[in-house]
Design a binder for this molecule. Structure first.
Ligand code: 13P
Ligand code: SF4
Length: 326
């Protein structure tokens, strides 16, 4: 049975009608729809490009489209605005925030920098534009190790804001890094016990683990102790998970991240099986975007995310440094 939806004009129509209208308007407006891997399935299916934070930034900076509709969270739309100052960047719901980005503000970062005047600041892409503007480098989960390795070894590093990703990167690079005590409420909820409880049960299964997870430090310990077999446990960004699932010879995967990623994993690997480690790992911010809001956004060219100058130019530097490294 077809789902009946309410359009922005109050009419009852089927989902197909809304999809058709979105596609027509996208064409008319010369817009591109970018969606993060955690978006709801129908938004991923209608998007021109679906990817992780790095892929989305790269796509935003290379597109010819005049309008970017960002189906993701606010800091992602801000990043697109910073990279493409001449384009109109829209987000279908302004309330789509990020609990991790909210764990540090610019005053807190300035204060921390004052205590470490010679330190290099590396900020995860999940930060606001003004935090980026106070940073030397940006990174995403797929390039954080490379970014840290590009910094001279004698430099003191402040890493903001995700402590789990920061601890993972510190171990991988063997660097002493000061960590801001921030976390994403969705990933922090994926605890070591969640991994331990499934470890022994599934022998022919691969584990795909996001480095923002609360279990990541323990997973690295289990890997070092060989309690978690190296060939069956991989710590990856969301796009890294997509690539790994495709190339692996195994057929079953347990996925430790926000469950929106399962849609693409299943769609692109119909002969393989994917199970969430934690079925309630759901980011309510990512799920704020839906078809009706996307249609409204394209109809009314709202809600614009525009990072003003000179802030945009200052925030662009650490992002561009990152894009040159990867
Ligand atoms: P990636 O898709 O870059 O791995 O990031 C995950 C995330 O939590 C984005 O908010
Ligand atoms: Fe932010 Fe976590 Fe949601 Fe990603 S999953 S957008 S880090 S709150």
């Amino acid at each position: 049975m077809e789902t009946i939806k309410l359009t922005t004009k109050g009419q009852k129509v089927t989902e197909d009608v809304i999809v058709q209208r979105i596609l027509e308007l996208k064409e008319k407006r010369k817009a591109i729809i970018l969606a993060h891997n955690y978006q709801i399935p129908i938004i991923q299916d209608i998007a021109d490009f679906v990817g992780d934070s790095l892929g989305l930034s790269q796509k935003a900076s290379s597109t010819d489209a005049k309008i970017i509709v960002f189906c993701g969270v606010h800091f992602m739309a801000e990043t697109a605005s910073i990279l493409c100052p001449d384009k109109k960047v829209l987000i279908p719901d302004m309330n789509a925030g990020c609990s991790l980005a909210s764990t540090i503000n610019v005053e807190q970062l300035r204060e921390w920098k004052r205590k470490h005047p010679n330190a290099v600041v590396v900020s995860y892409i999940n930060t606001t534009a003004d935090v980026k503007a106070e940073s030397d480098y940006c990174c995403t989960s797929s390039n954080a190790v490379k970014v840290i390795n590009s910094i001279p070894e004698d430099k003191e590093i402040l890493f903001v804001p995700d402590m789990f990703l920061g601890a993972y990167v510190a171990t991988k690079t063997n660097r002493k890094i000061h960590l801001w005590p921030g976390e994403c409420h969705v990933h922090a909820g994926i605890r070591p016990d969640d991994i331990v409880s499934v470890l022994e049960k599934y022998e022919d299964t691969e584990f795909l683990i996001h480095p923002e997870c609360g279990c990541v430090t323990s997973c690295m310990y289990y890997l070092a102790e060989k309690d978690l077999p190296e060939d069956r446990a991989h710590i990856l960004s969301t796009e890294g998970m997509i690539r790994r699932a495709k190339s692996s010879n195994l057929r079953k995967f347990i996925v430790a991240t926000e469950i929106g990623i399962l849609h693409r994993l299943k769609k692109e690997n119909p002969d393989k099986e994917f199970y969430p480690l934690k079925p309630d790992a759901i980011c309510q911010y990512m799920k704020m975007i839906n078809l009706e809001k996307l249609l409204y956004s394209l109809e009314n060219l709202v809600y614009e995310v525009k990072v003003p100058e000179p802030l945009a130019s200052r925030a662009r530097l650490p992002i561009e440094r990152m894009l040159q490294i990867v």
